[in-house]
Design a protein around this ligand. Sequence first.
Ligand SMILES: Cc1cc2nc3c(=O)[nH]c(=O)nc-3n(C[C@H](O)[C@H](O)[C@H](O)COP(=O)(O)OP(=O)(O)OC[C@H]3O[C@@H](n4cnc5c(N)ncnc54)[C@H](O)[C@@H]3O)c2cc1C
Length: 299
Amino acid sequence: MNHDHYDVIIVGGGPAGLAVAVGASAAGLKKILLLERHPRLGGILNQCIHLGFGLRYYKEELTGTEYAARYLKTFHQSGTEVKAASFVHKLTAEKQVTFVSPAGEFTVSAENVVLATGCRERTREMLTIAGTRPSGIFTAGLAQEMVNIHGIRPGRNVVVIGSGDIGLIMARRMTLEGAKVHAVLEILDHLSGLIRNKIQCLDDFGIPLYLQHETLQIMGKDRVEAIRYRDNASGKEHVLPCDTLLFSVGLIPERDLLIDAGVEPGNGIYVVGNADYVHDLVDGVTKDGEKFGRSLGRR
Ligand SMILES: Cc1cc2nc3c(=O)[nH]c(=O)nc-3n(C[C@H](O)[C@H](O)[C@H](O)COP(=O)(O)OP(=O)(O)OC[C@H]3O[C@@H](n4cnc5c(N)ncnc54)[C@H](O)[C@@H]3O)c2cc1C
């Protein structure tokens, strides 16, 4: 073997990956490597400046960024070797992991490889909506990154499609940034996100939630100009002018590495956190990740 070999390699430096490292270290494992594609650790927490994190784990209500900063202090005591800005593009059944970083491409291997790669957002292309591809269409998470990290407001007259938590949170965020959020349209007859987010993000800001409302067409050539939608309860159709659409229509666990390797989880390759299944709250991700990390000491 002519490359570095570890007890554990963790792919992904969000809350799940950090927690696995903390647990594995507590179980006595010494050679732990964490690979993260972004320059900063913390995962999705880094773009979450709203409150609602940590009530169970820290018994305190924190923002996502505060939660990340606090947990990173624990993580840095674990002695884990970190390679940030390191994108893992290949995993093999033999537990070899290949990544690219500013220093080049490297392959490493481990007794255990843990994928903590989070999830990705479903996009407009995954739905059946007529219309062209004008600008002004974003996933809610991308809009959140634009506003909270890059200071860019994606538009002024907004409709949110789908009532997932990120959409609800972004309806409030866009309002606070001076945009007009006309409505959240949900095709189902019930809310997808947490009820607390409906109260705090829609009701408190007078943003209507329309259930059983189906988006039929995106109108506009260069930029979104309006959407056509149908109230499926009454069958009536409406056109709503807007310049921006935010899609919050679900998350998909990010498991491409596993799929490309043609392996199932087990036998030294594992999946944790949102890459395993979508978690609403970070506290459970941290607790489960730590527990899983500790179990690696017994495998
Ligand atoms: C918008 C939003 C709002 C939320 N609000 C709340 C809330 O109010 N309260 C609450 O408790 N929870 C909230 N959550 C849920 C919680 O934040 C998530 O459940 C948690 O972040 C999941 O952690 P994770 O580590 O599995 O994934 P992530 O945080 O997504 O981390 C995955 C990491 O893996 C990295 N990665 C992926 N692929 C690769 C690769 N190939 N190579 C290297 N690195 C890779 C990514 O860059 C990322 O850093 C929210 C989530 C979102 C998206």
